[in-house]
Design a protein around this ligand. Structure first.
Ligand code: C2E
Ligand code: CA
Ligand code: CA
Ligand code: CA
Length: 275
């Protein structure tokens, strides 16, 4: 219930959430929702902190459920992963996002989230490249965000998938850095181009000296490794200014607006002459 107000997602109370019936309802619903394209991409602005300009968007999945309203990815992504539907869901989101972004300004990038489960699919790179080719979205404007330690249960496969994508010009970001799901060891396992600092550190920058120290340390680490940093969860101008002063390259968060559906992005880009 805590998140319902802030994120404006439909949320189920704790007892219902634990209820197997609801879980099963979501699972069978999701199976139909994907081909019906009820699961759609939303777009969150990513800002270049040195120029203040819009750099691109992170693609975030939303389930526009016909009766329950908007369902959060935190609810349906785990179900999609457990059932194997994540592969189909992800390709559907990518196809829709690439199609949408095709006629946006050619300076704009897209970052997509890839679940660690997908790194077990030997055909993942081919599927992504095929989707890029079919939609006409250029590989060098795509960044793939990866989290989580389970990429280590088949590291050679993950490395080969990532290698094929990078050969096409796709860039690679380590997501949620600093949380339990990402670690220093990951940085050496795969050829990352960027580190994303988790919002838990960024959102507390105004109140917590520890968070300031942690973010500073991550930015320095990025400098030493020549990996630019994106901070997520930037909610006000004071935090943005701190991050800029620390040398953080990019920022995203509600300070710049909530994630937008395709039509909202078009309005934003039209205002800024980026269509
Ligand atoms: P994430 O990749 O860490 O994405 C950032 C999350 O933080 C998003 O939540 C975003 O809406 C939220 N956020 C961004 N800025 C702010 C802010 O300033 N304040 C606050 N309070 N929150 C902010 P969202 O969209 O609910 O996504 C949650 C997670 O679901 C994502 O975390 C990602 O792990 C997963 N996810 C979303 N879409 C996809 C997808 O298409 N595929 C996969 N595999 N996972 C996805
Ligand atoms: Ca992400
Ligand atoms: Ca995450
Ligand atoms: Ca995060």
């Amino acid at each position: 219930a805590k998140k319902a107000g802030r994120n404006r997602f439909a949320w189920f109370d704790q007892s219902m959430e634990r209820d197997l019936q609801v879980r099963n309802e979501l699972e069978s619903g999701l199976r139909l929702a994907i081909p019906r394209q009820e699961v759609v991409p939303y777009f969150e602005q990513q800002i270049d902190l040195t120029t203040g300009r819009l750099h691109g968007f992170e693609v975030l999945a939303r389930w526009e459920h016909p009766t329950r309203g908007m369902i959060s990815p935190e609810q349906f992504i785990p179900i999609a992963e457990e059932t194997g539907m994540i592969a189909e869901l992800s390709l559907s989101i990518m196809r829709q996002a690439f199609q949408a972004a095709r006629d946006w300004d050619s300076s704009l990038t897209l970052s997509i989230n890839i679940s660690p489960w997908q790194l077990r699919d030997a055909w993942l790179a081919q599927k992504v490249i095929k989707t890029l080719t079919e939609t006409g979205f250029p590989a060098n404007r795509l960044e793939v965000e990866i989290t989580e330690s389970s990429l280590f249960d088949n590291l050679p496969l993950a490395q080969s998938i990532v290698g094929s994508l990078k050969n096409q010009g796709v860039r690679l970001a380590l997501d949620d850095f600093g949380t339990g799901y990402s670690s220093l060891a990951h940085l050496r396992a795969l050829p990352f181009d960027r580190i994303k600092i988790d919002k838990s550190f960024v959102m507390s920058l105004n109140e917590s000296a520890d968070s300031v120290a942690i973010v500073n340390a991550i930015v320095s680490l990025g400098e030493s490794l020549h990996l630019p940093i994106t901070a997520e969860g930037v909610e006000d101008a004071a935090i943005e200014e701190r991050l800029r002063a620390m040398g953080c390259a990019k920022a995203q968060g509600w300070h710049y607006g909530r994630p937008l559906p395709q039509a909202g992005v078009r309005r934003l880009l039209a205002e800024r002459r980026l269509l």
